[in-house]
Design a protein around this ligand. Structure first.
Ligand code: C5P
Length: 242
């Protein structure tokens, strides 16, 4: 596996509309460091990752270069590029900036600070076999489908339902083919796996962690502080179901 050239694209070009305050969520301070720096740190420490592409809002490129890449001494970040209108456009821009000698591409949300080195290893291993693999969690709660006015239309069986997280990993050639088949303005695409699934590739689900949260609201930031203080996210191997 170590002879596979692997690149990570971190999508961090969101405008943070759901977050209170003016600073975008990927740049919010999480115990002394910007949220985005934590995920870069994980990719930087994984021996399997060769290069990291950061996709950020255009007016934050110099901030990221100075206040994140240079300040924390991240050596694997080869490019900091501007994102697009939707998340998928940002990731595609990152993909287009890669050299085609890359074997595996990992895609990660810049607002998910608590991915682990183990998750990186596992998705790369599975993607190299299946063509694609994603970190995800089996659904524990009962799922309701709503209709207008927040009434329940029906209950959806949670059996076989998973919540998709990132990182998501794909063989370079598979993701390239997936992009070739995409349609413009396809708003249903909220992750790259869905593009790859359309090719008929059987994407592998790799069980992630409850701690691999996406910082979307102020509450998530508080939760993030707790997770970080306890350092609990680093050891998810102790997880067991009661
Ligand atoms: O908005 P959402 O929660 O799906 O964002 C997931 C990730 O995608 C975030 O890290 C965000 O910064 C990134 N994103 C992006 N380009 C956009 C919109 C979101 O890179 N145009």
């Amino acid at each position: 596996m170590s002879d596979l050239k692997t690149a990570a694209i971190i999508a961090a070009a969101g405008l943070g509309k759901r977050f209170g305050g003016s600073l975008k969520k990927q740049f919010q301070n999480l115990i002394g460091k910007p949220v985005l720096s934590y995920s870069i740190e994980s990719f930087e420490s994984s021996p399997l990752i060769e290069e990291i592409i950061l996709v950020v809002p255009e007016d934050f490129i110099s901030f990221c270069n100075k206040e994140i890449v240079a300040k924390f001494g991240f050596k694997k970040v080869t490019k900091v590029i501007p994102g697009g209108k939707e998340r998928r456009d940002s990731v595609e821009r990152g993909f287009n900036s890669l050299l085609d000698e890359i074997d595996i591409v990992l895609i990660h949300d810049g607002v998910r600070p608590f991915l682990t080195i183990g998750m990186i290893e596992e998705v790369i291993k599975e993607a190299s076999k299946a063509g694609g693999a994603i970190i995800a969690l089996p659904v524990k709660d009962t799922i309701k489908k709503s209709c207008s006015g927040n009434y329940i239309e029906r209950t959806v069986s949670r059996e076989s339902l998973w919540l998709a997280q990132t990182p998501q990993a794909f063989r370079y050639d598979v993701l390239k083919r997936a992009y070739e088949g995409t349609r413009e303005n396809d708003f249903a695409v909220t992750d790259e796996s869905s593009l790859v699934e359309r090719l008929g590739v059987q994407v592998k689900l790799v069980e992630g962690s409850e701690f691999n949260i996406k910082i979307t609201t102020e509450e998530d930031l508080l939760l993030g502080e707790l997770i970080l203080k306890e350092e609990i996210y680093k050891d998810v191997s102790n997880r067991h179901r009661f």
